[in-house]
Design a protein around this ligand. Structure first.
Ligand code: PLP
Length: 280
């Protein structure tokens, strides 16, 4: 059950309070936007970057997002209910509103980081490739496919993860129809090639991840330079380490991909520290 719930226009409410009208387009069509942030003792990490992305997503979907100050206030209301110092997953959700033109529904939830993610930060990930069925070029030219948009339509993302779980795996790495690694259903792919720290170009339609961006922007602190590159999944076996990263998962090393062992990087702990994620 959600631990903390704050609703725009209502404030903090009992987490079991029903808050969505039955014809809310978020429920009917998955029509809305959201962000998940890593709540730290000093506030939501990379808060501005998340709000920027939420505004970009809403603009791409023509969802009338409330003013930024209202979202900041909503997050603050939720945060005030959270134990000081505990890490958490803070989610902001905004749907288009009802079928008959009713106002947007906007709310914030706060929950603990899943124990599974904390284990994955320490022990790494066993994952498999799974096709996303779209070429690495198509989403840039087809805005209706919502490449790069964090919409609440995560049915395909969750189905991909259930498919992985049925095989006893931690996640999937989505692959384009033309054979390139893209991202995971809730995480960005990063890899190290010598002293070049790499990720996939956003022109492929992947979500521009805030965690990945932060790590790439600070890569110089580890003596690396950052680059966007295309890579085929089997080529990850000859890199110097590969990771899936996100706000909630943190930094998790990929230790096995399609049953092949990936190289173990000596820099894993440094990367966790660069992101400020607790690793224990
Ligand atoms: C599809 C997808 N890619 C990447 C990410 C990682 O983004 P961030 O680092 O901003 O959490 C997410 C986060 O939920 C995601 O849903």
């Amino acid at each position: 059950m959600t631990r903390v719930l704050a609703v725009l226009g209502k404030g903090v409410v009992d987490p079991e309070t029903p808050i969505l009208p039955a014809d809310d387009l978020g429920v009917l069509r998955g029509d809305g936007v959201f962000e998940t942030m890593h709540l730290r003792p000093d506030g939501p990490w990379l808060f501005d970057a998340h709000l920027d992305r939420m505004e970009r997503s809403a603009a791409r979907m023509d969802v009338p997002l409330p003013p930024r100050a209202a979202l900041v206030e909503l997050a603050a209301l939720a945060r005030a209910e959270w134990p000081d110092g505990a890490e958490g997953a803070l989610r902001l959700v905004c749907t288009r509103g009802t079928e008959t033109g009713g106002p947007v529904t906007c709310y914030a939830t706060l929950n603990p980081i899943p124990a599974e993610f904390q284990r994955q930060r320490r022990e790494g990930l066993r994952i498999a490739t799974a096709t996303l069925g779209v070429s690495s070029q198509v989403r840039g030219d087809a805005p209706w496919l919502l490449g790069g948009v964090k919409s609440i339509s995560y049915g395909v993302n969750m189905a991909s993860q259930r498919w992985a779980a049925r095989q006893g795996l931690d996640d999937v790495l989505w692959v384009s129809a033309d054979g390139y690694a893209l991202e995971a259903p809730t995480s960005t792919l990063l890899w190290l090639d010598g002293d070049v720290f790499c990720t996939v170009p956003t022109s492929t339609g992947i979500l521009p991840g805030t965690t990945g961006r932060h790590l790439l922007d600070h890569a110089h602190e580890l003596g690396w330079r950052a680059e966007e590159r295309m890579i085929r999944p089997t080529e990850l076996e000859s890199t110097d380490g590969a990771w899936l990263v996100s706000s909630a998962r943190g930094v998790a090393a990929i230790k096995e991909l399609d049953s092949a062992k990936l190289p173990e990087s000596q820099h894993h702990t440094q990367l966790q520290q660069l992101g400020g994620f607790p690793s224990a």
